[in-house]
Design a protein around this ligand. Structure first.
Ligand code: PRP
Length: 209
C-alpha cells in the first residue's frame, strides 16, 4: 500500500468539524480523540495521516507538498493566497469578512484617508482597492474591535460570526466583504500523483456534506 495521504487540519473548530465529517464517512478517529499533545495522527482504515497545524501553516505545508491536502478557512486562503487547488467548500466554519465601524459612524463621508485596522491586511487592501478608495491599513494581531474604540482606526475589516463581539462593543457591520467557510485544499503535484485516492476521498466527502 502507498504511504498514507497526509492531510493538515486547522487546529480547533475546523479540526473538530473535520473529525465529525470523517466519522460520518466511517473512519476510525480514535487516535485523534486520544491525541494528547501529539501532532501527527493516523486514521488507519482510510490510509490517512492527520497533521494538526495553525491555519497559515496548513497552507504552507500543502503548498510545499509535505502535506497532500489541507482543511483551512477561506479567510486564511484569501489572506495568504498561494499555489494549490481549492477543491471543496466543506460548508462548516461559516462566517464572513465584514467592514465594521462604531455604531452610527458615517464611514463614507468626508475626503480624508480612512484608517482600517485588521488582522487581514491583504483582504482589507484588495477590498478598498476594488472600490478605488485610498486607505491606511494597520495590522492588529487580535481583538481588532479595540482599534475603533481606542480611536486608532475609522473602521475594521474582521471576521463576524454571531455578531456578538461587535454588538457588545458598540460596533456595527456597514458592509459585507466576503463569505467564509472551510475549504479542502490539495497540493498540485499530489493531485497528479495520487489522483485516484484523492478523487475517491473527495467523492466520499461530497456525498456526505
Ligand atoms: C474572531 C473575530 C471576532 C470574533 C467574531 O475573533 O476576530 O473578534 O471572533 O465572532 P462573533 O461575531 O461570534 O462575536 P477570535 O475569537 O478568533 O479572537 P481574536 O480576534 O482575538 O483572534
Amino acid at each position: 500500500m502507498n504511504r498514507p495521504i497526509r492531510i493538515a487540519l486547522t487546529k480547533g473548530r475546523l479540526e473538530k468539524d473535520t473529525v465529525g465529517l470523517f466519522e460520518k464517512l466511517g473512519f476510525d478517529c480514535t487516535a485523534i480523540h486520544e491525541k494528547g499533545r501529539k501532532l501527527i495522527l493516523p486514521v488507519p482504515d482510510a490510509n490517512l495521516e492527520v497533521v494538526l497545524a495553525k491555519a497559515n501553516d496548513v497552507i504552507t505545508y500543502v503548498e510545499h507538498g509535505v502535506c497532500d491536502m489541507g482543511v483551512v478557512g477561506k479567510d486564511t486562503i484569501m489572506e495568504m493566497k498561494g499555489k494549490f487547488f481549492e477543491l471543496v467548500d466543506l460548508g462548516f466554519g461559516r462566517c464572513k469578512f465584514a467592514l465594521a465601524t462604531k455604531k452610527g459612524y458615517d464611514f463614507y463621508s468626508g475626503y480624508g484617508v480612512k484608517t482600517i485596522a485588521t488582522k487581514y491586511p491583504n483582504v482589507a487592501r484588495s477590498f478598498f482597492e476594488k472600490k478605488g478608495m485610498d486607505t491606511e491599513i494597520i495590522k492588529i494581531e487580535g481583538s481588532v474591535e479595540l482599534a475603533p474604540l481606542l480611536e486608532l482606526a475609522d473602521g475594521i475589516v474582521d471576521i463576524v460570526e454571531t455578531g456578538t463581539t461587535l454588538k457588545e462593543n458598540g460596533l456595527e457591520v456597514i458592509e459585507d466583504v466576503a463569505p467564509i467557510s472551510a475549504r479542502l485544499i490539495v497540493n498540485t503535484v499530489s493531485l497528479k500523483l495520487r489522483r485516484t485516492e484523492i478523487d475517491r476521498l473527495i467523492t466520499l466527502i461530497e456525498e456526505n456534506l
